[in-house]
Design a protein. Structure first.
Lengths: 100, 187
């Protein structure tokens, strides 16, 4: 979510749909809103209202500097985790090929 | 946009959401309903507002109850913020012994004290108060009523005896259960 907001600010529906399209695991899109509220509570995102050219005003979400820092920390941890899993999996693949 | 307000499907969904969200603090509830309403507004505005579109949008949002469950973090807060207080100890003592000390009234006092406390969930209260009562009181009542003629007791005694014995035992058993639940929360 924070990564999506790093590109640019997005409004709720847009953010939820983008996330839902990327991640096939989102079963109930509605549950993303409580998550956004929590991120706002932790001051990782801020919100503001903006009129749209057509239709109702939209609530936009923007990542804060604290949010960017959290994203950065997570990216580093994730990379470490991914590398560790890759190291575990690669010898396995190798053995598998030799075995055949 | 006004179309959605008259759309009974959307209206019904938002009503369900609002009702389910009654467990949330008022400001959280208001915000959640506004967020979801905004989502539906935007979706219908961008994708078309036929009945099929509306159904699709609501389907993707998921059941209102699931959304509220995701917003409800009180369960995680409870063990940290609520502990064992004077009310809980009094409730357990009165519930355990009250039924023996003052038949029926003592037990009822214990029940009321437990219900006043917020240390137990509704489910725990149901189990702790209702289950022993049903398991202990009703069988003893049935036993007394069935063997009533042989035991030579009048109708009032037939009702009082199980209330005294069953109510007392039910309170004791319930109090033990609730005390164990309270203990497990502290760990």
């Amino acid at each position: 979510m924070l990564a999506l907001l790093r590109e640019r600010e997005r409004y709720g529906f847009e953010l939820v749909r983008t996330l839902s399209d990327i991640d096939g695991m989102v079963i109930s899109e509605g549950t993303i809103y409580p998550l956004l509220t929590r991120l706002r509570g932790e001051q990782l995102v801020t919100t503001f209202w903006q009129e749209s050219e057509s239709g109702p005003p939209r609530r936009y979400y923007r990542v804060t500097s604290a949010g960017l820092a959290a994203l950065d920390a997570f990216s580093r941890e994730w990379a470490q985790f991914r590398d560790a899993v890759d190291r575990l999996l690669r010898p396995g693949e190798h053995d598998d090929r030799n075995g055949r | 946009m006004t179309a959605m307000d008259v759309d009974p499907i959307v209206d019904d969904y938002l009503k369900r959401l609002s009702a389910a969200a009654a467990v949330l603090p008022p400001d959280r509830r208001e915000e959640l309903v506004a967020d979801i309403r905004g989502h539906i507004d935007a979706a219908l505005h961008e994708q078309g507002a036929s009945e099929l579109d509306a159904r699709n949008v609501l389907e993707r949002l998921g059941p209102p109850e699931d959304i509220v469950a995701a917003a409800d973090d009180r369960d995680q807060d409870r063990p940290a913020t609520r502990g064992r207080g004077i009310l809980e100890i009094a409730a357990l003592v009165v519930l355990a012994a009250g039924g023996f000390a003052v038949p029926i009234a003592g037990w009822i006092t214990g029940v009321v004290l437990v219900l006043m406390s917020q240390a137990w969930s509704t489910r725990e209260k149901q189990i702790g108060l209702l289950a022993p009562f049903l398991i202990l009181y009703l069988p003893i009542l049935a036993l007394v009523l069935l063997s009533g003629p042989g035991m030579n007791v009048g109708p009032i005694e037939a009702l009082m005896l199980p209330a005294i014995v069953g109510g007392g035992l039910a309170g004791l058993v319930g109090a033990i259960y609730l005390a164990l639940r309270l203990k497990s929360k502290r760990v």
